[in-house]
Design a protein around this ligand. Structure first.
Ligand SMILES: Nc1ncnc2c1ncn2[C@@H]1O[C@H](COP(=O)(O)OP(=O)(O)O)[C@@H](O)[C@H]1O
Ligand SMILES: [Mg+2]
Length: 285
């Protein structure tokens, strides 16, 4: 017990109260300053993402036109519209058109990414048959497969129901998986299969007998611009955007992607999507 008088006690309490208030006030200001900083950072992030979208779409459009001219002129040349070419010239023109085709694939990837980031990709679902999808993919890859030592096999879908989803987006995912598989496989086969996944989903898989991917790299494969440094990679071009586009398209279809892979044995890339895409907005999204 102290022997202070009542006025002394009141005085002390008042002082303590005052200093507590000052402290609180300070903390409050600190919190406000932090909030302001967060706001600025959020704004900067938004601007950076805006800028990225605009940069990507601007660049892609600017690249498209000249690429288009290169491709049509090489076509004129190889069709010998203006006179015959020597065998060597044919080879050279083929090389130019191959490089132009590759560049325009990259530009398409960039444009897709820009569109997704800007929220400008729309989903148009329809009923369709997997046989048609596989047939279209087989046709698309025939010229490539004919020229290499790898077999591309489409397993016959067994008792699969029809799908209600955006077949263009699904085809794009599978096209990316297949072109990667062909790119990173030097011998053996690439196998495309489909099977039900539970009651309401379906799983498409592309399995190859290629170089494989070490486990510790599986985690960020589906991020933008990720490419693994392998001897094979050095000879092959690409943007490192294909898989990240696959992931984003799969999410747009209400599904997900994944990989299983063993170095030296091969890889399986898969996408699981609902049999029927819900057109209702997803809860809590
Ligand atoms: N089937 C596969 N086998 C081995 N590595 C693969 C396979 N698919 C993808 N990868 C690795 O993942 C990387 C990213 O693939 P992707 O996003 O399609 O980019 P890109 O094909 O433009 O290099 C590739 O560069 C490659 O290193
Ligand atoms: Mg790719």
């Amino acid at each position: 017990m102290t022997d202070s008088t009542l006025p002394e006690l009141t005085e002390r309490l008042l002082r303590e109260n005052e200093s507590l208030r000052a402290e609180l006030e300070e903390t409050n200001q600190g919190v406000l300053a932090l909030y302001a900083e967060l706001d600025t950072q959020a704004e900067q992030l938004r601007q950076a993402s805006d800028l990225k979208s605009r940069f990507l779409s601007y660049m892609s459009h600017e690249f498209r036109t000249p690429l288009g001219s290169i491709r049509s002129i090489t076509r004129l040349l190889s069709d010998e519209m203006d006179g015959p070419l020597s065998a060597e010239q044919h080879k050279q023109v083929l090389f130019i058109s191959g490089a132009a085709a590759e560049l325009s694939d990259m530009v398409d990837d960039l444009l897709d990414l820009a569109k997704i980031e800007a929220g400008r990709i729309t989903i148009s679902p329809a009923w369709f048959d997997m046989l048609d999808l596989f047939a279209a993919l087989r046709g698309m890859f025939r010229p490539i497969v004919d020229a290499i030592a790898v077999d591309l096999i489409f397993e016959e879908p067994q008792d699969m129901p029809r799908l209600y989803t955006d077949d263009k987006k699904l085809a794009q995912i599978l096209r990316n998986f297949i072109s990667n598989a062909l790119k990173f496989t030097q011998q053996g086969e690439v196998r495309v299969s489909v099977r039900p996944e539970g009651e309401r989903e379906v799983r498409f898989a592309v399995t190859d007998t290629g170089i494989g991917i070490p486990e510790d790299l599986h985690g960020n494969l589906f991020e933008d611009f990720v490419q693994i440094d392998t001897p094979l990679q050095k000879r092959l071009r690409g943007t490192g955007l294909g898989l990240s586009l696959c992931k984003r398209f799969a999410e747009l279809l209400g599904g997900r992607v994944g990989v299983e892979s063993t170095p030296g044995v091969g890889s399986t890339f898969f996408v699981i999507i609902p049999l029927s895409i819900s057109t209702e907005p997803v809860d809590g999204a």
